[in-house]
Design a protein around this ligand. Structure first.
Ligand SMILES: [Zn+2]
Length: 316
């Protein structure tokens, strides 16, 4: 079986890797992302060429942030990388590299990575959720990636879990992303810090801007204010996951992204909430755990979604 190239296209960097069917990364490159359409294309094509370097490759797949129309291999909306919107990526990159190119949503690709090589490699029904600046997700059911009619499905971060909640980047109110992302945690941490100025969180906020990782660090050291911020986010996460348990009946929910480094500080309240709100037997089956691949899931998952021109996956 041939290798495939996975490209993780982010708002700040482009990472490309040659991956074997067993999930080994043979070579990897990283470059900062340019922000004009032509230079983004050049950057992606250049990364593909650089990493390809003599390896036998069956196809390329890109994981890109935003709303993807998979049949057209296009991104129609990408709040962190507007320059990529509307470009016919498959044709443009195919011309420049001579390789067969497919385009996927970045979180869906990461979900597929965890399914093939990580936290979900022993199951057929997996939900992956990534808690970073935003919240992304992917659904694998019966071994297949859920795309929906247009390839825009699986946006788990934008289910409404509090109808009158804070405004979300998507324009809605009270999305999971608006309540459990790193950005939401930072916002809540600032509020709690001003309510509890004597806490370690309050003292830090008086000195400088509090970041998501500060909240985790202070919670680990036992600061009640920081713990309460993570507990609240974990609870909201659990409200969202409880719905996914009822709808998809997954065996595993893998939680990745920067916020997942808080581990049980955020996952324990989420598990409690899932147990309270979701139904049996799904709630008894599901295991909610940390994703295992880290940032590599983007490259690995995209590579595993690369296809031959016939439409078959390069990795079978
Ligand atoms: Zn939203």
């Amino acid at each position: 079986m041939l290798n495939a190239i996975g490209v993780d296209v982010g708002g700040t960097k482009i990472a490309a890797g040659v991956v074997t069917p067993e999930g080994e990364v043979l070579k990897e490159v990283r470059h900062p992302t340019a922000h004009t359409p032509e230079r983004v294309l050049e950057g992606i094509a250049g990364a593909i060429e650089e990493v390809r370097d003599g390896f036998e490759v069956g196809g390329v797949s890109l994981g890109v942030p935003g709303t993807v129309l998979s049949a057209e291999n296009k991104v129609i909306f990408s709040p962190n990388l507007h320059a990529i919107e509307g470009i016919p990526l498959k044709d443009e990159l195919g011309k420049r590299t001579g390789l067969h190119v497919t385009v996927e949503n970045d979180a869906s690709a990461a979900a597929w990575g965890e399914f093939r090589f990580g936290a979900g490699s022993d199951v057929g029904h997996l939900i992956f959720i990534t808690l970073g600046t935003g919240v992304g997700g992917g659904v694998i059911t019966n071994g297949a990636l859920l795309r929906g009619a247009q390839g825009a499905g699986g946006e788990l971060g934008h289910v409404t879990i509090q109808a009158t909640g804070p405004r979300c980047g998507c324009g809605n109110h009270g999305c999971l992303e608006a309540l459990a992302s790193g950005t939401a945690i930072q916002r809540r941490a600032r509020e709690v810090a001003s309510e509890r100025p004597d806490s370690a969180l309050g003292e830090l906020a008086a000195e400088r801007k509090v970041l998501g990782e500060d909240v985790t660090e202070l919670a680990r050291r036992g600061d009640e204010a920081a713990i309460s911020v993570l507990e609240e986010a974990g609870k909201w996460l659990g409200v969202g996951l409880a719905g996914f348990v009822n709808v998809f009946n997954p065996e595993v929910i893998a939680v990745g992204g920067g916020v997942s480094e808080a581990g049980d500080l955020i996952l324990s309240p989420a598990r409690r909430e899932v147990h309270l709100r979701s139904r049996s037997p799904g709630r008894d089956l599901v295991r909610i755990k940390e994703a295992t691949l880290g940032p590599a899931s983007g490259i690995l998952g995209a590579a595993a979604l690369a296809r031959h021109p016939s439409g078959e996956y390069v990795f079978g």
